[in-house]
Unconditional design. Structure first.
Length: 250
């Protein structure tokens, strides 16, 4: 009698074990498929970015008669809790990265593109004829999206002179570049107590008349490498799930 009792207990344990294998295997398969799908979607969306992973905005044409075209830029506002946490732990460049891409319309003129604190730029152009957005300038960006909106512009200090020397010789720029196609890279997030930044576009020789096409580029760095983590992870989870399912059959 006791012999049959032991046998029944063993069979019940085996049945429970098979059920556990089935449930766990099924969950792993679901997680694996979700991971592969998520990685695949991000990988597909990444195809719409440039070679550096930046989503590019619409093109704005600068056709200025002044010595410099200037955009004053405020910090990008963080609206999600996970982005705020990442910003506190890893820094702003882990949350978002941006760039201004400037193309020369006149191939015979090399452009200078500078990015600096607004206070330094205002001091530099204090006695210079400049053009800037008026009455306002808007820029916005998030994953796979960037946009610039400049409804109209105004010329300030018309008739004033230009720079005393090439803008590339100044030392206050946070970053700068000069060619017929230039890009300046920057972190779009900074402290609320910090000064605004300015993008300055000039001819490299400091001459009057700036012609350029500008675009804003934006990316969330994690989206560049996340698919290469999610897809292999998903494959591994699916294989584990199939292994447990096959083990249940034995």
């Amino acid at each position: 009698m006791s012999f049959f009792t032991v046998e029944d207990s063993s069979s019940e344990k085996k049945a429970k074990g098979k059920t556990v294998f089935l449930v766990v295997g099924f969950l792993l398969l679901i997680l694996g498929v979700a991971s592969i799908s998520g990685g695949g979607v991000i990988l597909f969306l990444n195809l719409g970015t440039d070679s550096e992973g930046y989503a590019l905005s619409n093109v704005y044409r600068v056709d200025s008669s002044a010595y410099a075209f200037i955009l004053e830029i405020g910090s990008l506002r963080i609206v999600t809790s996970y982005a705020q946490l990442a910003n506190q732990i890893f820094g702003s460049e882990a949350v978002a990265q941006a760039k201004w891409v400037v193309y020369s319309v006149n191939s015979s003129r090399e452009l200078f593109v500078g990015y600096a604190k607004a206070a330094d730029v205002k001091t530099y152009v204090n006695r210079m004829e400049i053009e800037y957005p008026y009455p306002y300038f808007e820029w916005s960006a998030h994953q796979y999206y960037a946009n610039i909106n400049i409804p109209s512009t105004a010329v300030s200090r018309a008739g004033f002179g230009g720079p005393a020397r090439s803008p590339s010789m100044e030392s206050f720029w946070l970053t700068s570049a000069h060619s017929n196609e230039s890009a300046v890279y920057f972190s779009p997030i900074w402290g609320s107590q910090e000064d605004n930044r300015c993008l300055v576009i000039m001819n490299l020789d400091g001459s009057k008349g700036v012609e350029a096409d500008i675009r804003l580029g934006f990316k969330v760095p994690i989206l560049g490498w996340l698919p290469y983590l999610l897809i292999p992870l998903g494959i591994g989870l699916c294989l584990c799930g199939l292994f447990l399912y096959r083990k249940r059959k034995r």
